[in-house]
Design a binder for this molecule. Structure first.
Ligand SMILES: Cc1cc2nc3c(=O)[nH]c(=O)nc-3n(C[C@H](O)[C@H](O)[C@H](O)COP(=O)(O)O)c2cc1C
Length: 203
């Protein structure tokens, strides 16, 4: 079993519709550590040693957040700047995260169609995630295609429930080592390859 850490960042969880439901579907799963960054650090005063210990004691890191201005909420940037230290996460002797698996799980107000070259946002969602992707690779982790829930503004409850169910399947698959990494590399989004990337549960 892989130890899965969910790093969750939403500055207003009380007003969330979609992340709240996604969180509810996974936070109580056995073998999962759920860590709410805005709850832990309302003043952005991050405990670096604590965060580094959390990372080293898990095999899989999931960064879950709403997309804010084509990026993460601000606390994630602060977390990256402080926690991913030179000589620890990257650079000479920086091997603490080597071999771990990293997944972005984000929600976006914009529709999937808006995240195309001919759409409102002009770029694919993977383009906006490039700084995270390269940070993850620099830290010698495996970057999985992101799990993206698009069109949150217009989602009805059944759509949200379906997204939450898919998210739970992904997190359970990561925990139970049922990920086909070769297949994952062929898909831009985890959602697009869900049936291929996740291996079946063997009864
Ligand atoms: C400050 C702010 C910036 C946002 N920027 C974007 C954006 O760049 N692209 C996008 O698709 N949605 C954007 N949104 C919409 C959020 O991604 C959306 O509200 C969120 O995914 C909904 O999830 P929730 O119900 O968990 O809050 C933004 C929302 C806020 C509040």
């Amino acid at each position: 079993m892989m130890r899965v850490l969910i790093l969750f960042a939403h500055p207003a969880l009380e007003r969330s519709r979609v992340n709240r439901r996604l969180v509810d579907s996974i936070s109580e799963l056995p073998g999962i550590t759920f860590h709410d960054l805005y709850e832990a650090y309302p003043t952005f005063d991050i405990d670096v040693a604590y965060e580094q210990n959390l990372l080293t004691s898990h095999d899989v890191v999931v960064l879950q957040h709403p997309l804010f201005w084509y990026s993460t909420p601000a606390l994630v940037k602060q977390w990256e700047d402080l926690v991913l230290e030179h000589g620890w996460a990257y650079g000479s002797g920086g091997t603490a995260l080597q071999g771990k698996v990293f997944l972005c799980a984000l929600t976006a107000g914009g529709s999937a169609a808006a995240y195309r070259a001919d759409g409102l946002n002009r770029f694919e969602i993977r383009e906006f995630l490039r700084p995270i992707e390269q940070t993850v690779r620099l830290c010698k982790m495996e970057f999985l295609p992101p799990f993206v829930t698009f069109g949150t503004h217009r989602m009805e409850l059944p759509d949200i429930d379906r997204a939450a169910e898919d998210y739970r399947r992904v997190i359970e698959g990561l925990r139970d080592e049922r990920i086909d990494f070769e297949a994952a590399r062929r898909y831009p989004l985890f959602n697009a390859g869900l049936g291929k990337i996740l291996k079946e549960v063997v009864p």
